[in-house]
Write a protein that binds this ligand. Sequence first.
Ligand code: GDP
Length: 444
Amino acid sequence: EMFGQLTSGLETAWNKLKGEEGLTKENIVEPMRDIRRALLEADVSLPVVRRFVQSVSEQAVGTGLIRGVKPDQQLVKIVSDELVKLMGGEVSELVFAKSAPTVILLAGLQGVGKTTVSAKLALYLKKQGKSCMLIAGDVYRPAAIDQLVILGKQVDVPVYAAGTDVKPAEIARQGLQEAKRKNVDVVIMDTAGRLQIDKVMMDELKDVKRVLNPTEVLLVVDAMTGQEAAALVTTFNLEIGITGAIMTKLDGDSRGGAALSVKEVSGKPIKLVGRGERMEDLEPFYPDRMAGRILGMGDVLSFVEKAQEVMKQEDAEDLQKKIMSAKFDFNDLLKQTRAVAQMGSMSRVIGMIPGMGKVTPAQIREAEKSVKIMESMIEVMTPEEREKPELLAESPARRKRIAQESGKTEQQVSQLVAQLFQMRVRMKNLMGVMEGGSLPSLSN
Ligand code: GDP
């Protein structure tokens, strides 16, 4: 079972949190070590694992527990989201040229399944109603040309072949001409693979690419090669410029590292995956489904998502009430900014604050940074101070203490206090509440 080892490795992590009341710096140490080990054993590259674990740790400790959700369940959700992100988030669709034919150039080392993929891809596109043509460009292996001709017959797609004596770039030129004459929608060119990357192969590919001006240049990689696959995608991208990868043999007992690493390491997405030897076994790469398969905890995930929704709803209503009564305090400020930074409901929450309409990603990053600063100051306030911001407005000594304990400057503390009162005023103005909306000046 593919990912089996990874799945059970991660399970060890959740199990260590059973019976815990929350997620803390201390109690996630062991589970994080398990996650790290599981990913490394799955052959995910070390820098990727490091970044992954750090991001998960930060979210685990930084996010308050969602009501009704157990710590282990929440960690499953955080890891799942992070896995999806790691694999590129959204499914990455094939791109088609505005005017036909769309040209897809396939590259890859020998034995990865390139010839098979050429025919699979033709069938896949044919099922979407596109007419296809294959070009046999593997001039170093006569058997490869024969193989493509046979597979072409099998999926009922014409194959352009010119034997092994013609240069690949010339075959490409002729093939493309033929495709235009035949008015096909998509041309797929199979190229020669070698056992290793070498200059001749890269130069040939560059020549072919120049002739074809392809819409997609896809590197075919073998899932069984683990993190090596991610390195190959990087190299090919630097050498010839590619648009994505097709990963084959995901049905084998690969450990999963390749599928997890390609996007993060190379910046290029996996667009399609091969999951068997039959011509039908090619499908889009869905990061979310892949994460689901790795974790095998579909019901936990949907449960946590529902709980998250409910909490967002309640928080929003709560905040609305606070705004109406103008009792917005530091607890609310903290809750709100955390929500902004962590729940991904940026526009929704920020949209409630007057004067903040559309939010750009840069603003969100900025907000996330200021949340950290704000958090450290609010965290050292007494419960009373949090509920009665007036205490801080009136007492320089209190502000000084908070500055010292949080490691921030007194000016930053003053700014935070001022910010809260400004917010109250803006909220009152928004709600049309006229009385008592003046901004108290800080006494010195
Ligand atoms: P090429 O040298 O890159 O053209 O590789 P081939 O297309 O000749 O494929 C090499 C071998 O891998 C063949 O036996 C294929 O049947 C097999 N193969 C290709 N893709 C897959 C896949 O997704 N799953 C499995 N199990 N085998 C595959």
